[in-house]
Design a protein around this ligand. Structure first.
Ligand code: MG
Length: 380
């Protein structure tokens, strides 16, 4: 029987789809968290009158207004979100963006819970910290479609029989463009993703392919796979969600609609499966294409491999610099190809350190943000 659910990032793309999946499965929702005390979150909270509610941010006035609407079951601050993650015997779906996501992942695992992980920062920025939290008896079931696919392809197979993990990438809206053409693209064009409907940062990350870069690092930590046995292949249809190649030459692929409700539901029901609202899948008439990524135009993949191999704080710096650069791009302060340049330069400039605690991650993250911001404003 599936456990009750706590949803972090309840108003975001993963959060709203999780609530739909939980309702369809008849699972109890015992906790909801979001970044801001908005009317939208208050409306969601009212649909779950027995759930504990946590809000990370917001002004005193907005919090008071929210509490008057939602009631005494609200608590506020990052600490409240982290505490909600430590609710005993639950599955925590972590769809938060940012550093609060890492602290919540660690608290969830330390409480021995299942972590349905959609927050990329947790493993990318805090991989070594999250891995040590796993020792407390919790477990991670990935929600990201590629990692859910790999997880399912790996079931029942000894890891020493694995030759390679092959992550598929849609290639985003700019597949086929040259580096010169990419320099001219606008935020509006970049926000228009061909196959997946997602939040703003991840949509831009898909256009630059930093999303795939982050996923390479996530796959390394999730499956303890060396970087030279992780590959990326472009697959524009987003039907094959990833593949595992075995030493005997067999490949297993995970195939299905690009519908996030499927991997979300799997993370809630695994190892079991339940019927889902996803539409039936038909193979007839499908043609699937695969091609190598253009690593000169899309530098993100090599930058991520390099940061992953450097280890320690380098992936955390990559993640933070990318977030700052994406925001600058969306605000028109940085060109599209400037994102990769700022990330690579920030990794070079921020001093490498080992990551042992969440504080180490927070330090690397904030140093990287400062350096990336000064690079963008031309101050260094
Ligand atoms: Mg993905």
């Amino acid at each position: 029987m599936s456990r009750p659910v706590v949803v972090l990032g309840a108003t975001g793309s993963i959060g709203t789809q999780t609530l739909e999946v939980a309702e369809n499965l008849g699972l109890e929702v015992v906790g909801l968290a979001a970044r801001r005390p908005t009317d939208e979150f208050a409306a969601t909270a009212k649909l779950f009158p027995d759930a504990q509610i946590a809000v990370a941010g917001g002004s005193t006035g907005d919090r008071d207004h929210f509490k008057a609407t939602v009631g005494d079951r609200c608590s506020f601050g990052t600490e409240a979100v982290v505490q909600l993650s430590a609710t005993p015997d639950v599955t925590v779906v972590n769809g938060i963006v940012g550093a609060a996501g890492l602290m919540s992942s660690v608290a969830c695992l330390e409480a021995g819970n299942r972590l349905a992980l959609a927050n990329k920062e947790s493993l990318v920025a805090g991989g070594p910290v999250v891995k040590s939290a796993l020792a407390s008896g919790g477990e991670i079931i990935p929600v990201d479609s590629e990692h859910s696919a790999l997880y399912q392809c790996l079931l029942g197979e000894p890891m020493d029989s694995v030759e390679r993990l092959i992550l598929t990438a849609s290639g985003g809206p700019f597949r086929g463009k040259t580096a010169d053409e990419l320099a001219e693209v606008t935020p509006e064009e970049a926000l228009n993703h061909p196959t997946w409907d997602m939040g703003r940062r991840i949509t831009i990350d898909s256009a630059t392919m930093f999303n795939k870069g982050l996923e390479i690092i996530e796959a390394h930590f999730l499956f303890d796979m060396p970087y030279d046995r992780i590959e990326v292949v472009i697959h524009p249809q987003s039907i094959v969600h990833s593949l595992v190649e075995y030493v005997d030459g067999s490949l297993k692929a995970h195939v299905g609609h690009p519908d996030m409700r499927i991997p979300i539901q799997y993370a809630l029901t695994a190892p079991g499966r339940q019927p889902s609202p996803a539409k039936p899948f038909s193979l007839a008439g499908l043609s699937l294409e695969f091609e190598d990524a253009d690593r000169e135009a899309f530098r993100a993949i090599d930058i991520a491999f390099e940061a992953g191999r450097a280890g320690g704080s380098a992936p955390a710096v990559l993640n933070a610099a990318d977030e700052v650069a994406v925001e600058a791009f969306l605000q028109g302060r940085l060109g599209f190809t400037g994102i990769a340049r700022v990330v690579a330069e920030t990794i070079d400039l921020v001093e490498w350190r080992e990551l042992v605690t969440v504080e180490d991650v927070v330090t690397a993250d904030s140093e990287a943000r400062g350096v990336a911001a000064s690079l963008i404003s031309g101050a260094c």
